[in-house]
Ligand binder design. Sequence first.
Ligand SMILES: [Zn+2]
Length: 125
Amino acid sequence: MHDQLHRPAITVHDDFTICRCDWCETLLSPDTAVCSSCHSTEISRTGSPGCGSIVSWTVVEVFASRTSNDRVPQTIAIVALDEGPWTYAWITGAPRANGKAPIRVRYHHMIPGEPYPMFVLQATR
Ligand SMILES: [Zn+2]
């Protein structure tokens, strides 16, 4: 007989998940602990297609690797997911504002040891 292991609340895997309130079913950003709608702390994870638009972004300097003192520019953005919640995400490539057209991005992968997912710019047209 095997004991069923309890799964941790946040598992590290390569699917993009966001939070959903167990009580009112509001969809919430991936790092939410308390529902913004009903203040419940009973939050589950649910899969997300990981598509959205950049709300705002900035370029920061990060270490190129754990063993390097070299710094490289990296874009961090606030992404409005198509389902509604906003999330922080690293962006591969440099977003360019194109008039009022939204800058579309798509989930790419989770970075080990990093709380925010990596998104990539989606080709328009
Ligand atoms: Zn709720």
